[in-house]
Ligand binder design. Structure first.
Ligand SMILES: Nc1ncnc2c1ncn2[C@@H]1O[C@H](COP(=O)(O)OP(=O)(O)OP(=O)(O)O)[C@@H](O)[C@H]1O
Ligand SMILES: CC(=O)N[C@H]1[C@@H]2OC[C@@H](O2)[C@@H](O)[C@@H]1O[C@H](C)C(=O)O
Length: 367
């Protein structure tokens, strides 16, 4: 069936939407895709809700700003969906909707994604599968990452012999390791672009380090890097899922933008290498996707530490749409009751299906 998947990530750049022809086990074909950027006003509404969510932290009444941000999210998704439906010339059979994460506190079984699936189902007249992290969280999993099941399907489609790793560098970075016989291990490695974006934005130097130019012109501060790598995330029982705000940035104020960007870029790569040591065997090849794959300085740092790293685009995938495609694939799996998460991916005690379905309201005409 034709499934439309949506993702709006932590970097708040906009909504990604992609069509996939899939039965939830195999990827039969890729369909149209689009990216709907948030306007500055929309972005500000989501940023306000994100800041309020951090202060709220899941205790007490939800902040008033959530409702306005949810409307922004719904509107942007509906616009993006209509654009792709127009491109494809037909509506999808199903939608997988992630929503905008405002807070993720798996240790307290709290994960908050805003955007009402019913509003999207009604506007596009298609059933929507959403809230795909909840069942995993309630069963004791981390509720993230969700994408590994899709990475495994991509590896199969590409005919890659394992072990192979997918590294998604979004706001946070997460990896999926796939063994030769299909075993899955996944975790958030540490920061992706989120910290770099924060520093660049704080200096009024744009939204991100375009082409990795600032980092390329800076010097890595080895002391700061060592401090960052001593964070509890890198110790103890192995990596967990992360929030982009989990690492300190106060030190950056006393550094040049270039040096701060160089240090944070090195941190992103070093965090991958460090956490990858916990894998049963090193991947033969790394497929790098997400916005970070457009940063050559980061790609070079990754190659230095990991070896064979290829961008998803270089192996014929749509690197910027993998998460959106994954939401489509997972929605199809949810519909069939197939597992979305596994002990090796989120720490759930057993393979677990998840997601809730919202059907479009039918308007009954009274004659
Ligand atoms: N040309 C580029 N040069 C450098 N960095 C880039 C470039 N294009 C995108 N990025 C980085 O990628 C980020 C967006 O990545 P992506 O869309 O994968 O994140 P996301 O999906 O919002 O995050 P997450 O996966 O954590 O939810 C930008 O904020 C920026 O840091
Ligand atoms: C709670 C949440 O929204 N987590 C995101 C975030 O962005 C990257 C990383 O942190 C990943 O764990 C996850 O998203 C992808 C889609 C996932 O669950 O696989």
């Amino acid at each position: 069936m034709l499934v439309m998947g949506y993702m709006s990530g932590t970097s708040l750049d906009g909504v990604d939407v992609a069509l996939v022809e899939t039965d939830g086990e195999r990827i039969e074909a890729f369909g149209a895709s689009a990216m709907m950027a948030f306007s500055p006003g929309e972005c500000a509404a989501i940023e306000r809700a994100t800041a309020d969510a951090l202060a709220w932290n899941g205790y007490g009444d939800t902040p008033a700003s959530f409702a306005a941000a949810a409307q922004v999210i719904e509107g942007a998704h509906i616009r993006a969906g209509r654009a792709v439906i127009a491109q494809a010339g037909r509506a999808p059979d199903l939608i997988g909707f992630h929503g905008q994460t405002l807070l993720h506190r798996p240790e307290r079984q709290i994960t908050v994604q805003i955007g009402d699936p019913q509003v999207i189902a009604d506007a596009l007249d298609v059933s929507v599968v959403a809230q795909m992290r909840q069942d995993d969280l309630m069963a004791g999993g981390q509720g993230a990452p969700l994408v590994p099941a899709y990475h495994a399907a991509l590896a199969e489609r590409l005919g890659l012999a394992g072990p192979v790793a997918f590294l998604n560098v979004g706001g946070v970075a997460n990896l999926t390791w796939i063994s030769a016989d299909g075993e899955l291990i996944a975790f958030d490695t540490g920061p992706g672009n989120g910290l770099i974006d924060q520093v660049v934005q704080a200096r009024g130097a744009g939204r991100y380090d375009d082409g990795g130019r600032f980092a390329a012109a800076g010097t890595v501060d080895a002391g700061v890097l060592a401090d960052l790598l001593s964070h509890p995330h890198f110790r103890g029982e192995g990596p967990k899922s992360l929030d982009r705000y989990d690492f300190p940035l106060e030190w950056a104020a006393a550094r040049s933008l270039e040096d701060a960007a160089a240090t944070l870029t090195a941190f992103t790569a070093a965090a991958v290498a460090l956490t990858a040591q916990a894998l049963p065997s090193p991947p033969k090849v790394w497929i790098v996707c997400g916005g970070g794959s457009h940063n050559p300085t980061l790609m070079e740092a990754l190659r230095d530490l990991l070896g064979d790293c290829r961008t998803a685009n270089n192996v014929g995938l749509r690197g910027d749409f993998i998460e959106a495609e994954a939401m489509a694939f997972l929605a199809a799996r949810s519909l069939r009751g197939l597992p979305l998460t596994f002990p090796g991916t989120t720490g759930t005690p057993r393979p677990l299906t998840g997601g809730t379905i919202w059907h479009p309201a039918k308007i009954v005409e009274v004659v």
